[in-house]
Design a protein around this ligand. Structure first.
Ligand SMILES: C[S@@+](CC[C@H](N)C(=O)[O-])C[C@H]1O[C@@H](n2cnc3c(N)ncnc32)[C@H](O)[C@@H]1O
Length: 439
């Protein structure tokens, strides 16, 4: 396919997304199935155009004064890829398979200097979140949100149960890894111009369990939980086990981790990952159905026997995922206020469940991949109001204990820590440590 034909295809996929409101990967997969002539290079280039267009959707709409998929692609070429109007006109030529030629109005808008835009357009985020995000970032709002609209690198975590970061640097030298800046076991890989990162899941070292693919922010969240060898730990929202594996390595396979989730199906992938990684201190507690004492009272609590005995409960809470928008730029345009309200209720439920598991003097590590204060500091202050026997641990003490003292500057007003692409060059993550006072 020619570069211009790929742009036509991207406009088609974006139009499909608008009509059918579904995840971008589903739309790209369907396009691939109905256009069998397209090779893997074409499909990768198409995906990268579509993803980049979604990253720049609001600023492109403002620039072009139109909200069509065509306007979004035109704006992305100008704002995201820095193309001049003449270059864009050569692609939008109206020739066979190319998009229609530029109109006079489009050309004028692409030639003009980039105008000042309202925050939600300049930072490419949904307008209804302006107040919340402003509360988090204040004057840095636009710069922070622009960093969240960029492409993300791919990070791995060396599995220190089996190897070292240094050994992996040599083994993966053909992929040019760079050590991550903050997490001691992390390595970073940058995507090529086509947006494709290295195929890290096919390397022999991956098959042997020497590393896991995990954003540095997620690695830092595990480190900031301060899980230590010998402790009794619950990973309450374990899902596919990304953090469970990091905790097990941090604990050097000593002590005990109970991994569970409200949703048994989410735990499906964890068993194979644990054995591949050589983890021996994890018990997976699978609920027999969806664990929900109110709606499903017949499903027993898989952690009933350890209530009140645990040193640390990791709550990797269900959240809006705002902090991962670099990787999922379509998610930001699909997020609705009702979903935020639902996640806030889930967070309160899961935090209350965690409180009942902690032993006197034990702690909860509350983690989200959100940048919204409602899901972070507000969720913590709501919890502390409901549980007078808990207090938050000063972020300066948390980062000191984690050996990451330079992260102290990212403390939030409510006693948590907030990482972001602009601050730490990671996905957005929030971490707060809540300790039971009765020591
Ligand atoms: C952010 S994801 C977990 C990701 C996982 N920890 C990882 O690192 O790969 C949040 C998880 O919380 C689970 N969840 C939602 N409400 C819950 C509840 N009340 N109790 C336990 N888990 C819950 C969801 O099923 C989902 O798997």
């Amino acid at each position: 396919m020619t570069p211009a034909a790929r742009l036509s295809a991207a406009i088609e996929v974006l139009a499909d997304l608008e009509v059918r409101r579904r995840p971008v990967n589903d739309a790209l997969r369907d396009w691939g199935q109905t256009h069998r002539f397209a090779g893997s290079k074409d499909r990768a280039a198409l995906a990268s155009i579509v993803y980049d267009a979604l990253r720049r959707r609001a600023s492109s709409i403002f620039l072009l004064g139109a909200d069509s998929p065509r306007a979004v692609v035109l704006g992305m070429l100008r704002l995201g890829r820095g193309l001049e109007a003449d270059d864009i006109a050569r692609l939008f030529s109206g020739e066979r398979f190319a998009p229609d030629a530029l109109t006079d109005d489009e050309r004028a808008r692409l030639e003009a200097p980039i105008p000042d835009m309202p925050a939600a357009s300049a930072g490419d985020f949904p307008e209804w979140l302006t107040e919340s995000l402003e509360r988090t970032f204040g004057d840095d709002l636009i710069a922070e949100m622009q960093a969240l609209a960029d492409r993300a690198p791919v990070d791995i975590r060396a599995n220190t149960l089996k190897t070292t970061r240094e050994a992996l640097v040599s083994a993966l030298a053909h992929l040019s890894p760079e050590p991550t800046s903050h997490a001691e076991a992390g390595l970073r890989f940058h995507a090529g111009d086509d947006g494709r990162g290295p195929a890290l899941q096919v390397e022999p070292e991956f098959i042997q369990g020497l590393y896991e693919i995990q954003d540095e922010g997620s690695q830092l969240a595990a480190l900031l939980s301060l899980a230590a060898p010998g402790e009794q730990v619950v990973d309450l929202c374990a899902g596919a086990g990304g953090k469970t594996l990091a905790l097990a390595a941090q604990m050097d396979n000593r002590g005990q981790i109970f991994a569970t989730d409200i949703d048994a199906r989410r735990l499906a992938a964890i068993h194979e990952r644990l054995s591949r990684s050589g983890v021996r201190n994890v018990q997976v507690r699978v609920p027999r159905g969806r664990f929900d004492p109110v709606r499903n009272p017949q499903v027993a609590d898989p952690l009933a026997d350890i209530a009140g005995t645990v040193d640390l409960v990791l709550v990797d809470a269900p959240c809006t995922g705002v902090g991962t928008w670099r990787r999922n730029p379509d998610a930001k345009w699909r997020l609705r206020p009702g979903a935020l309200v639902e996640r806030l209720a889930d967070q309160a439920t899961v935090l209350d469940r965690a409180a009942a598991l902690v032993k006197p003097g034990g702690r909860i590590a509350y983690v989200t991949c959100s940048l919204l204060p409602e899901e972070n500091d507000d969720a913590v202050s709501g919890f502390l109001e409901r549980h007078a026997d808990f207090e938050s641990v000063a972020p300066s003490n948390v980062v000191e204990a984690a050996g990451l003292p330079h992260l102290a500057e990212f403390a939030t007003p409510g006693g948590g820590l907030l990482l972001s692409p602009r601050r730490t060059d990671t996905d957005g993550f929030y971490v707060a440590i809540l300790r039971n006072r009765a020591a």
